[in-house]
Design a binder for this molecule. Sequence first.
Ligand code: ZN
Length: 289
Amino acid sequence: MIPSLSLLFMDIKKIALSLLMVFASSASGVHSGIMTSNTVSDIPSQTKIIRATASGTPAGIEKNNPEIKKDWNKPFPILMYHHVRIYNNPHDPIGVNLSVSPKNFIAQLDYLKKSGYTTVTFDDLDNGVIPRKPIVLTFDDGYDNFYTNVFPELKKRGMTAVSFIIVNRVNQKGYMTANEIKKISENGVEIGCHTWTHPDLKESKDLNKEIIQSKKTLEKMFNLHIVSFSYPSGEYNARVLNEVKKAGFEYAVTTHYGVANTKNNLTLPRIRISPGTNLKRLLEKAGVK
Ligand SMILES: [Zn+2]
């Protein structure tokens, strides 16, 4: 599941080489077909690796600086989910509290649809896809019930979401397999990074592995350019934030409560969805119109 260390280093070298090529080509005004077959020859589709912005600039270059303002400052809600499942184990109150029943979840999707919201991903926002009432649905940890209970309901309704994956949980019991992650990604669900081992990043001795290598590994595994990150349990400090900037993430979500806007895109607040949440009331209370 996880590439061997030597393979990983080869990949890092490849990625570094590719980035150099992007910069070199950008400087000479050539924007298309930059990461060519010699860097990703084993992967047929390259569509998501280079994303062109409206101005035709290769993505991931000019926007690594979080100080650069997006054209759009309108607030947008980001919902935070974990499990969508039926679960009432009295010995696991935390697990219960992180679970929304499929029935409630479906009702919430239908409510959003009926109320004129359009689900978007961070990648969409980055590409300037800004509908009248945007909302981001985020799911932390990459649990298997995303694949069984969330993905089919999103698909039925033409909706999307962001799934934050922990590298060392891929293919583990209770989590999505690599094939499932590939499938959701191919169907428009954004794959975000949720570290390598899900530590408290404030205490972590290896931020490079947790933040930078985890991003690169997921990008290689799923042939993606990853733009978003989720801090495990919302924990971060200046050192962590700095590493997230260095990794090149353009959006990072916390567990702070609130409605997001693109002014603070590496410390984005979210609205937590609990088992008994009344979404309509919650959004009204948060001042979302
Ligand atoms: Zn988590």
